[in-house]
Design a binder for this molecule. Structure first.
Ligand code: ZN
Ligand code: ZN
Length: 131
């Protein structure tokens, strides 16, 4: 195989030409003549343009979902925490070895773990977008 020993990658269609990038759909190396630059990625000219456009719109949609997630993602941890506190409260009346109390501890622990995880995740996203 050509172009796999530290050399520059070659075009899938022309072994003599250097590839300028990979098709976002099929990951083949493409030279300038074989690719279409779609602005946010390249595609096999006349073959995968539509597919790559679809991938790009998918990625755009995902980005939007991620951006809107941090606010919503803190609702679930709080919900679990609330459930946990309620269960612990009622469980304590029944005794510390009651199922209600144990469930409450479980819910609260879940809530805390989710909260920590989501805040970390949130921080990661905000730092990523601020740089
Ligand atoms: Zn392709
Ligand atoms: Zn080519």
């Amino acid at each position: 195989m050509l172009g796999f020993k530290g050399n520059k990658m070659k075009c899938f269609n022309h072994e003599s030409k250097d590839a300028v990038g990979l098709c976002k759909h099929c990951s083949k190396g493409l030279c300038i003549d074989c690719c279409t630059d779609l602005g946010h990625g390249i595609a096999c000219k006349g073959i995968h343009e539509k597919e790559v456009e679809q991938i790009n719109s998918l990625i755009e949609n995902n980005k939007r979902v991620y951006e809107s997630q941090p606010k919503g993602s803190l609702i679930m941890p709080f919900f679990y925490l609330l459930m946990g506190v309620a269960f612990i409260f009622y469980g304590m009346k029944r005794g510390f070895d009651s199922l209600t109390f144990i469930l409450g501890c479980g819910f609260a622990a879940c809530g805390i773990i989710m909260f920590v995880y989501n805040t970390k995740f949130f921080k990661k996203i905000t730092t990523k977008y601020s740089t």
